[in-house]
Structure formats: C-alpha cells, structure tokens
Design a protein around this ligand. Structure first.
Ligand code: ZN
Length: 679
C-alpha cells in the first residue's frame, strides 16, 4: 500500500516571498482563531466566478458529499469520540451556568482541540490530551446542561452518565495512544484507533494472510487492498470478521448521504469520463467491494481533462498501526490555471528525471506513466483533511495502478498561500537562521522553493522507482509510510539543486535551491522539535522522515563538516558549509532508501528509522521550545471551510456564491447539526 498523504513542509515555517517579498494581502483576513498549539486560518477560493454555473453546482454537490462523512472520522479515530463529541457540543449549546469565567474558556479550548483533532488524540503526536479544568467542574457542566440531548446509555441516569463520561475524558489509561508505534508491544491492542475490536496483532495478520492466500480469483499482479474499508472484530463466538464500511454496513447513515450528493454531482458532471468515475464511486460505496474501488481509481486517475476534481473515500492508511485500514477523507478542488504551468513542465519531463536519478538502474521505471500533476484551488476540505489539511496529495495508493495507469498529484496553492500570509510576520527565521545571508535568501527564494519542493515530492518523488518482482507493498509493515516519505523527500531535495530545474525556468538561478536545503535541515534538526512534548520521541511519519534525512546527512558529513552546529550567544544554530556535498549525501541516502523500498527490506528499514528518525536530543529540544515560546508561532495550522450559498428562482439554481465564515466554533456546531449522522 502506498501512503501519500503529505505534509512535507511544516506549517511553522511557511514564511516567504515570490520573486522578492511576498506582499501582505490586505484584502482578506487569513487568521481566524488561535488556541493551544493551533492557529485556525481561512483560505480564499480564487477565480470562483470563472467557473460556469454547472461547474459551481458540481463543486457544491461534491462539497456536500465531503461534509457528510464528517462523523466517520471521529468514529474511526476512537470508539469513544462520537459520544464525547455529542456531550461536549450539548454542553456548549445548552449549559446554563456562568460562561464569563476562566474555567469556561479553558473548557472551550479543550472542545476546540477536540474538534481540531477529530477526537481526543492529538492529530500529530497521537497522544490523548486532557481538559485543563478539573473533573468536578467538568461534571457540573454536564449536570447543568439539557439532559435530553446527552447520549445516555439505556437505563442510565444523568449522574451515572456524568461519571462515565468524565472517566472517559480524564482517565489516562483509557485509550492513551491513538496509533502505537512501539514494536515491542502488540500494535493493535495498544492503539486506540477504532479499526480493530477484541483482536490481537497476530490474529489480524493471520486473518489477512489467509484472505490473500484464499483469493484464487485475484490477479496476483493486481492485488486488492485487503482490509482497507472495514473494521475487524471478534464476536462472542470467537469468530473474526470484517464489518465493511458501506451502504447497509458500518457508518451506513453517513455513507448514504455521501451517495445522495454524489448522485447529484454525477448529474452535472463536466464530461462522460467524470460522470463514469463518480458513478463507479457510488457503486463502491453501495457494495464495499474492493475490486470496484480499484476500478474506480483506474477511471479516476485517467480523467485528466476535467477542471473540477475531488478526493472522497477511505484512502490513507497512516492511522492504522499495521498500515492497511484507511481513514475517510475528502477534498474538492479545481485547477489553478495560473500556477499550473509549473507542474505541467515537471510532468512533461518526468521520464528525464527518472532516467537521471542516482538510484540503481534496476529500480528505475522504464516508462513513467502519465503523472498528472496540477496546481489546484481547494474549494472544500472534509474528513481527515479538515480542519488540518495536507498541502499536497498524490493518489491513488495502489502500486499496481500507479505503475499501469499513473497517478494524480496536486499542490494546494491557495492553502499554501494562506499559510504564507499567516506566517508573514511571525519571526521564526529571524530567531533560528544562522545569519542575515540565510534570512535574506529565504525572503527571496522561500515561496518559490517551498512550492517547487512540494511539486517535486508529489509528482515525481512518489511516482518514481519500482519494486522488484515478488516484492509487495506490505513488506515494510509499520515502517512503510516513513520510508515512502523519506524517498519522496530525497528525490525532491536531490533534484531541486539540479541545473535542469533552472533550464526549465522553475527556479530563477542556480543558488536558489540552497534556501530549500537550509530550511529543510534547520526544520528537521531543530524547528520541528517544537511540536513534541518534553521527553517524547518522534512518532509521526513525516517528522520521522525529516529527522532521518537530516541526522543521517549530519553524521555522514561530519568528517567534511558539511552540516555544522554552531553556538552563538548561548544559542544553537545550523550552518551548512558545503551545499554540493550535502546534495551528494542526499543522493547516497536516496540510493539506500530506494533499495529498501524496491526489495522490501524490513530489517534495513527498521534499522534506518530507529537509528535516525526516532530519538530526540533533549537539550536541543528544550532550547528550541524555549526560543519558540518568545515568538507567537503556533506549531500547527488548520482551516475554516468557505461556505456555498445557493441562489434560486423557484426550483432553478441561478447562482452559487462563496462566503467566508470567520467563527471556528460556529462552523463546528453548524456541521454537527447538519451532518451529525452517526451515533
Ligand atoms: Zn509524500
């Protein structure tokens, strides 16, 4: 299974300029809210009125389909989440006590964090988080809210309910970690994520091994993504069985609504190809059939003509400790025609990049198939992509489809722009960059290199290379995601410094890439530590992959002093002394990592990740946290969605307008009222 949900560049650093200074955009308020370690922004849906009325309708219907699955992600993240969500929201809307006090504000921070993470585990660290108010306060919030709207169990009175809910929220031993990464433990039993119930890791492995073995109908060259869209449970009789997510199956109430809006979308599709894949997706939601899912992806990836596009389904497997079960996500978007030239140039030259990559010849693709790379305007985010979103996506995930039919890769320009605007003045680079040279270069080249690195990572990095015969996607198990992200990052880092990039006029000159290198290393070795709690190790795949690359290059470059840690006035800085050598280190590591991936070498993957990608220098961590605390920088960002207002004359839609709500809490409450389909 491929894992391609990317956050390859960190929000905390997106501070930038396009061919000089990035001017402050005063026409729009980008930052909407701020709490805990989170900043909530708004994104602009540019060029909306260039779309035809039919296209606007299509975007609107797909957006409704994107929002109807919202409850699924809460349910998938942990089995307690929907009940906690209903409880918190009922308090927010009906609590009769004092709201103008610090306790209430602290409680609201917890609620906002809960919404942000789609549950009570931190969206990045995976650890359970807790309210800052004490239990007795929390309990009285419940006791002083409208009783009828709480999710009471059969025969449960409000006092019992308050005790039970308080325990779920506060008890540190209930669902402490969403995704367990500690391979010494049973990864399934120790993960709170709701993909498995009452089964051990061994039982899960055995179940799916059996399924693969028994499936005589399957074409071995086109393996199904077993387990992708189901929960695996052991019943009272001790039988292990899948509960598929489909109409009539698990999460049916939400999936039926998704189907309803997809049908409307199909009716206003831009062309036959688009209509056909939307209809195929509907068929898949109705049957839960994984072959239909593959058929859908084959159709979807080949539709490169439509201006409007979407992602909607059970897709990314980051949240399954075993990397096979997918969380539900959605994005609706359309092509950003102005910025699209960049990715068109890259895709046109994809074969050149593959042929000239430093990896071993036997791991190269002879023929790179249709990498459809585009720059998009996001119109709506849903499921696992809301409110925290990636900035680039490359799909589908099945390797065999990618090999035979290619993949679609997108860079979310308006999301990146919103980040850039929000971070324009936060002072991070002034605090952490070694000298004025790096700071000035970042102002000059930051925005172009940021965007280009995402493009290269998504549309070339993930698409490059091939597996040896007999090697399958599951062999790297829990290290699969991190190895895949490492590979894509290395590919982009290697090429961004190539003179071909300047020839293709993707960068203005041959030194621009240095800004990207400097930023990458500083971020990986220092800035990203700000996202970790004291004493924590690195667990998230993208953070791990950056740590691997930086720490490996630091160590291998020591004798030539390629990357140097310098002390200045009691503060640590990173200095890069030899950019050309750093590039050759990236190339060396890319060769290694491609070999691991292509041969499915689990032991080598484990050794690389555990040695370079997990541990944290605690002294440096403390210093980084301290320095960040003096800046007003939120380590994580997320977004409020725009809303579509349908104008009608009788039954006929005459126009659809975009509005930009600014109240995060209100949007969450509105969504729960409108799209709260699951219990
Ligand atoms: Zn990626």
């Amino acid at each position: 299974m491929f894992v391609l949900f990317c956050m390859s560049l960190p929000a905390c650093q997106r501070r930038t300029a396009v061919n000089g200074e990035l001017a402050e955009d005063e026409s729009f308020e980008f930052v909407a809210d701020r709490f805990a370690d989170i900043e909530i922004m708004r994104y602009k849906v540019d060029d909306w009125d260039d779309l035809s009325l039919q296209q606007k309708e299509l975007v609107y219907y797909l957006s409704e389909a994107a929002l109807c699955g919202r409850d699924i992600i809460f349910a998938q993240n942990c089995k307690y989440n929907l009940a906690v969500k209903a409880t918190l929201e009922n308090i927010v809307t009906t609590y009769s006590g004092e709201r103008d006090c610090p306790e209430w504000l602290d409680f609201m921070v917890y609620v906002k964090r809960f919404w942000f993470s789609n549950g009570f585990h931190h969206h990045y660290s995976n650890d359970k988080f807790f309210p800052d108010v004490d239990k007795s306060y929390f309990k009285q919030l419940i006791l002083n809210s409208a009783e009828s709207d709480f999710p009471l169990a059969d025969g449960e009175d409000i006092s019992r309910f308050a005790d039970r809910m308080t325990d779920i929220v506060y008890n540190k031993t209930i669902a402490p970690v969403k995704v367990c990464q500690n391979t010494q433990k049973d990864l399934v039993l120790n993960s709170a994520v709701n993909f498995y119930e009452n089964v051990t890791q061994k039982e899960v492995d055995k179940f799916y091994d059996q399924l693969r073995k028994n499936d005589t109908s399957a074409n071995p060259a086109e393996p199904l993504s077993y387990g992708l869209n189901s929960r695996l449970v052991k019943n009272e009789k001790g039988e292990i069985m899948e509960q598929p997510y489909k109409v009539g199956g698990l999460y049916s109430a939400a999936i039926e609504k998704i189907v309803f809006w997809l049908q409307k979308a199909a009716a206003v599709a831009e062309n036959d190809a688009q209509r056909t894949h939307i209809e195929k997706l509907i068929e898949y939601y109705r049957t839960g059939d994984l072959k239909t899912w593959d058929d859908y992806n084959v159709l979807w990836v080949q539709d490169t003509e439509s201006q409007i596009d979407y992602v909607n389904g059970f897709i990314e497997v980051y949240d399954d400790p075993l990397g096979q079960k997918a969380t539900w996500e959605a994005v609706v978007n359309y092509k950003d025609n102005v910025n699209n030239r960049r990715t068109e140039v890259i895709s046109k030259n994809a074969q050149w990049f593959e042929d000239n990559s430093p990896i071993d010849r036997i791991f190269k693709k002879k023929e790179v198939k249709g990498i459809e790379a585009k720059v998009i305007t996001v119109a709506q985010l849903g499921g696992a992509n809301y409110p925290a979103t990636p900035i680039g996506i490359n799909l589908p995930n099945a390797n065999w489809i990618r090999k035979q039919y290619g993949s679609k890769s997108v860079t979310m320009e308006n999301i990146m722009y919103a980040y850039a605007q929000a971070k324009l003045k936060n002072g991070t680079i002034q605090e952490f960059y070694y000298s004025d040279d790096e700071i000035e270069a970042a102002k000059k080249y930051g925005y172009v290199t940021d965007n280009l690195q995402v493009d290269l990572h998504e549309c070339l990095g993930h698409g490059s290379g091939q597996m040896l015969p007999g090697v399958n996607d599951d062999m790297l198990k829990n290290y699969h995601s991190v190895i895949e992200e490492t590979r894509a990052d290395l590919f982009s880092l290697y090429y961004i410094a190539d003179k071909k990039i300047v020839e293709l006029t993707l960068l203005p000159d041959t030194s621009a890439y240095k800004t990207c290198y400097y930023k990458y290393i500083v971020n990986a070795m220092m800035l990203q530590l700000n996202r970790l709690e004291k004493g924590a190790q690195i667990t998230e795949a993208h953070m791990r992959n950056r740590a691997i690359i930086a720490n490996w290059c630091y160590e291998k470059g020591l004798k030539d002093n390629v990357i140097e840690k310098v002390e200045k006035e009691g503060k640590t800085y990173i200095k890069i002394n030899d950019y050309a050598k750093l590039r050759s280190l990236f190339a060396q590591l890319l060769i290694e990592v491609q070999k691991i991936k292509s041969t499915g070498d689990y032991a080598a993957a484990k050794a690389l990740v555990e040695q370079y990608g997990v541990k944290v220098d605690e002294k440096l961590h403390a210093e980084v946290t301290e320095r960040f605390s003096s800046l007003s920088v939120a380590p994580y960002g997320g977004f409020i969605n725009p809303e579509f207002v349908v104008e009608k004359s009788g039954d006929k839609i005459t126009d659809i307008k975009v509005t930009y709500p600014a109240d995060y809490t209100q949007q969450m409450l509105d969504y729960s009222a409108k799209y709260g389909f699951l219990k």
